[in-house]
Design a protein around this ligand. Sequence first.
Ligand code: ZN
Length: 265
Amino acid sequence: MRSVATAGAVLVTLAGFYAQSGAPLDLSAHRLIDLTHAYSPRTVYWPTSPTKFTLDRLSYGKTDGGYFYAANSLCTPEHGGTHLDAPIHFGEGKRTAEQIPLEQLIAPAVVIDVTARATADRDYRLTREEVLAFEKRHGRIPAGSSVLLRTGWSRHWPNAKAYMGDDTPGDASKLSFPGFGVDAARLLVEERRAGAIGIDTASIDYGRSTDFMVHRVAAAQNVPAFENLTNLDQLPATGATIVALPMKIEGGSGGPLRAVALVRR
Ligand SMILES: [Zn+2]
């Protein structure tokens, strides 16, 4: 898949190819990368979250009928673990989880690697200049792409103190981790028309943010976000395809997300 093509062009090209050939997508030509942390009692949530992920066993074992049967009940806040932020999370009247077009969830991925900078400064924010420098090396970011910020932060998962900068329950005032800067976010969603943005930290806004401007800038353009991604180090800067399908919650402001990437071998 050409990294310089727009998402729309890619979809049209694929649709045309498969319509002509009748062949299914050749998955053997791709590596499948899991960008998702598993949900468990260790899943990291925002410190003010009243609850975490819970999995209650409803059944486990042999039934009266002689066969094995297992089933659980799960409960989780929408925003924790690898999850979606729907535009309505910070945008009144914007799209809820089930309203996000699939074209914004399955799209060419662009990965901006700032691991070195974030390692040197845990309050690092991506700048507009760095996005432009990335484009000098890799070409203009196509409209419709998912722009993923690789900070290297998932190496801290699930150590909440290292990952969030502070693990005091109920207190979000001392968080510290890298994120998108506001000017970079404006460039990506307003000028480049990214379909989605994502990051391997707990928030697209850096940890010290108190106004959540990156969330607000993205929400205003109906751009969803993917947070707490992992394995971004296994993706090329351009050329991968992300499939980021959240739980389809009617009216949801976000929700658990299973994100994978297809990388051509
Ligand atoms: Zn969120």
